[in-house]
Design a protein around this ligand. Sequence first.
Ligand SMILES: [Zn+2]
Length: 350
Amino acid sequence: MKNASTGVQLALTLWFVGTGIVPAAGHAAEDWSTPFQLLGRETAPGTKNKFPFIDDRSFEASYLNMPVFVARGAAPGPTLCLAAGIHGDELNGVEVARRAFAEIDPKDLRGTVIALPAINAEGVRTGNRYLSDRRDLNRSFPGSAGGSVASIIAYAVFTKIIKNCNALIDLHTASNNRANVPQIRADLSIPAIHDLALHFGLGIVVNGGGPDGSLRGEAAQAGIAAIIYEAGEPLRFEEDEIDRGMRGVHNVMAYLDMTDNAVQKTADDRVYQRSKWVRAARGHGGFFFPMAKLGDLIKEGDTLGKVVDPLTDEAFNVVSPLDGEVIGVAVPQPVLSGYGLFHLAWHESD
Ligand SMILES: [Zn+2]
């Protein structure tokens, strides 16, 4: 349990010094007596603002027609960014960003919160993970000004918004036909990211750097303390997962001394250094029926579920290769060889 004290302020200072993270525009030196400027819009200290990313009616510009939320605190502090809807079908994250932002009182805020709650806005409207050009936006960062639509969006978001952030929380769910136990994923080898991840205050933190081209990975490489929150399944709103995410965002704000709140940690705090997928074995395709559930602690050799070949009635058990925890699971569905069925985390550490 940690509260907004000098300890937190010290942690924040060390955070900048220890990791080479430099406050975006140097928030200490930032002029707080005039409105905050972003994308040609002004947000006065102690107020909130919402506006479209781009003011352009052209056909092409519609891809950048994402909402931008800004809360400019009454007093100086760091810049926290919330990203959601990079995968348009991952609605829990979209709602975490919207609700967490709605709860912010800018008069009591130190620093700036910038939320992009629906980066792939068209995907959010239509329930699509990918962009209209079928590319994965979360493999397209940092992007380029002259590339594909995915690359252009990534470049615009990265250069105009993300580079201003001291800390970033990218909000996701599991991918198609899977569900994730609420979890933070973070590169725990980087001290600033490690500390941010643990102060989100969630039960589970899983170590990992993230794939090339992901927003989190590229932001971390740019010196930004970036973590991912993953919770639940796509295409629906799940209250428990949304609520945990909101509390986590507010915990991070408290940890960064942006509010006077205390960090509220859950009792089931644990950190896993490793994770891996248990997949349908070669030749063991069929109808998948899970038995292990999200959050189950399992032992090596435990039967996690089964795959039944519907033409031969032969059943194949899916067996755990290790002692660990089920942090992701596929929903019951037809599967082919190699399909990821259970995501297991193990190797607990402090
Ligand atoms: Zn995602």
